[in-house]
Ligand binder design. Structure first.
Ligand SMILES: Cc1ncc(COP(=O)(O)O)c(C=O)c1O
Length: 364
């Protein structure tokens, strides 16, 4: 057996949509871009959606549009993809880390509250692995301060939180359509969703060279647009997202059934009727992570580690902020124990049974 960690889908309908867009629309800012934005906003339940060239630019442009500037602090988690914190640095602000809750791997809100001071202008909770962050507490704690809540929903397309989709809960939600995500545009891409008209307008200008009109630029903008062909593919993927997420949940249920009560394996948190994760990744924890990973890969099961180095210990961050290790012990522990198992909608029952059997063999 050879079982990959993830498997992006590119089918006939997507191929046709891509070809149609290439042949009949402008390559840049074609009709598909605006249709995709409309459909994505409707899907998330927000008034506006503005596409960008990546999840990283979605975060960066959101922060700029919200007025985050040099000298400001942005509170976030050290246990995420590095782009979450980079976004703060890209706008000249300082990422201020607060450690995570070990059970969910998401921001510990009590610790985040301790990091707030008069310079704090934004908080970026991440819905890591597709599991919604504790947004009620985050909005209670930060909602009425002069501090924007920017959801990093780059791993959580379609996840639900008390009847609403993530991304639509804070001031702004940011998505990535990188090829391994629950939905992709078969290339790089991103989206900002919001109910704030001014923020939406600003992001739309910032991603398009700061354009007010074709020859007039009233903001210092970027070239951070989503290409038309990618938007056309994204529209097809979006139609399939709910079905794919449901299939991921079914895979997670089977993993849970087959792996519960395995000594030295901690399973990811379950959802419930209010908090519905989308299992971008299925991440177990074990003290024997590295050995188990080698064993599974020897047996044809591709695994991943998200993430082996917490952001504050990345070389670039050590250099900038002199982190030495020990500052965020929970994230550091997670980085040594997390293991991502294969997870994608078309993963079969037989394949999951095989993976779990190999995990049992390892511990036996
Ligand atoms: C949590 C998180 N934030 C931000 C990003 C950045 O998205 P992109 O790779 O599209 O720039 C990613 C994507 O990998 C991510 O997983």
């Amino acid at each position: 057996m050879k079982i990959p960690l993830s498997m992006p889908v590119f089918d006939e309908e997507m191929r046709n949509a891509a070809l149609d867009a290439l042949q009949n629309e402008r390559f840049v800012m074609g009709e598909s871009v605006f249709k995709f934005e409309e459909e994505f906003a409707r899907y998330c339940g927000t008034k506006y959606a503005v596409s960008t060239g990546s999840g990283t630019s979605a975060l960066q442009l959101s922060l700029i549009a919200l007025g985050v500037a040099p000298g400001d602090d942005v509170v976030t988690t050290p246990f995420s993809f590095v782009a979450t914190a980079n976004a703060a640095l890209h706008v000249g602000a300082t990422p201020v880390f607060a450690d995570v809750d070990v059970g969910t791997c998401n921001l510990d809100v009590e610790l985040a509250k301790e990091k707030v001071n008069e310079k704090t202008r934004a908080i970026i909770p991440v819905h890591l692995y597709g599991f919604p962050a504790n947004m009620k507490s985050i909005l209670d704690a930060f909602g009425d301060r002069d501090c924007a809540v920017v959801e990093d929903a780059c791993q959580a397309h379609g996840a639900e939180y008390y009847g609403r989709r993530v991304g639509a809960l804070g001031n702004v939600g940011c998505f990535s359509f990188y090829s391994s995500k629950n939905m992709t545009v078969c290339g790089d891409g991103g989206m900002v969703v919001t109910n704030d008209e001014e923020v939406a307008r600003k992001v739309a200008k910032l991603r398009d060279c700061g354009r007010a009109s074709h020859y007039e630029h009233d903001l210092i903008g970027f070239t951070a647009r989503l290409n038309t062909v990618n938007a056309a593919i994204g529209r097809v993927q979006l139609k399939k997202l709910d079905d794919w997420n449901e299939k991921r949940r079914t895979c997670a249920e089977l993993y849970e059934k087959l792996l519960s009560n395995t000594a030295d394996v901690i399973l990811p948190p379950n959802g419930n009727s209010d908090v519905k994760p989308v299992y971008h990744l299925y991440v177990i924890r074990t003290s024997q992570r590295d050995k188990l990973k080698i064993w599974l890969e020897q047996n044809g099961v591709q695994c991943g580690v998200h993430y082996p180095i917490p952001i504050h210990l990345q070389p670039a961050y050590r250099k900038l902020f002199a982190y030495k290790g020990g500052e965020f012990p929970r994230s550091e522990l997670l980085s040594k124990t997390v293991l991502s198992l294969p997870m994608y909608p078309e993963l079969t029952k037989d394949e999951i049974e095989y993976v779990c059997e190999k995990i049992h063999d390892f511990f036996d």
